[in-house]
Design a protein around this ligand. Structure first.
Ligand code: TYD
Length: 208
């Protein structure tokens, strides 16, 4: 009999600390003897990492909003086929830094109301939600100042400014209500260890 794995995702605005939390959780679960795959989006497979460069580098107006949705979804499909599904089939815990909820927010809200299109394409090509999604909720001003401190060539959505970050925060909280069966919201405006403790409590409960 094959045991089913657990598919966990982290979501939140840029600078929310979710990537650090995902990493800390992965280490903690490995220490407890779990077989863990830590991955991220866009990316997480060779093809999807190539698409990551296409969507996050270069001129921000390089793609139309619709093309961008197709690219993020194409990256996700490859990631799912090559990394996520095989790991889950082997009974592993998959921890993914961002997933379809990020597309629902960033592509669904930032350039007009395209949420319907995002969902349609998701149903057609992905058709899979996480078992559990941890939303690290964060004050956008703090998040933005953290995120801006990082160097890099990636043209991230944090460059769109505070207004959009505020919209994203509200959007994520609304999404947590919409999918309340799988979402858990954690207050990210605290020190990393307190946040990590909450994350651990929630995930260990889900693993039981
Ligand atoms: P990420 O590497 O998670 O950056 P951070 O650690 O700063 O949160 O994500 C990079 C950017 O990609 C981020 O600005 C959000 C954006 N993004 C989308 O717009 N749509 C998506 O579907 C995903 C997964 C990410």
């Amino acid at each position: 009999m094959t045991k089913a794995g657990l598919f966990l995702t982290f979501e939140g605005i840029d600078g929310s600390g979710k990537s650090s939390q995902a990493r800390m959780l992965a280490e903690h679960l490995r220490d407890l003897g779990h077989d863990v795959v830590l991955t991220r989006e866009p990316g997480g497979s060779d093809g999807a990492e190539e698409i990551r460069r296409l969507v996050l580098e270069g001129d921000p107006d390089r793609w139309s909003a619709e093309t961008e949705i197709l690219l993020f979804t194409a990256a996700r499909r490859d990631h799912l086929e090559r990394t996520i599904n095989p790991a889950l089939a082997e009974g592993k815990v998959v921890i993914c830094d961002r997933f379809a909820d990020s597309t629902r927010m960033y592509q669904g809200l930032s350039r007009g109301d395209l949420r319907g299109l995002v969902d349609q394409l998701h149903n057609l090509m992905i058709g899979r939600e996480p078992d559990l999604t941890v939303l690290i909720d964060m004050d956008p001003e703090t998040g933005l100042s953290r995120a801006k401190g990082r160097q890099g060539t990636e043209e991230r959505f944090e460059d769109f400014g505070l207004d959009l970050q505020q919209q994203m925060r509200a959007g994520f909280l609304a999404l947590a209500d919409e999918f309340s069966d799988r979402f858990r919201v954690i207050d990210g405006n605290r020190d990393m260890d307190s946040v990590a403790q909450d994350v651990t409590d929630i995930v260990l409960q889900a693993l039981r």
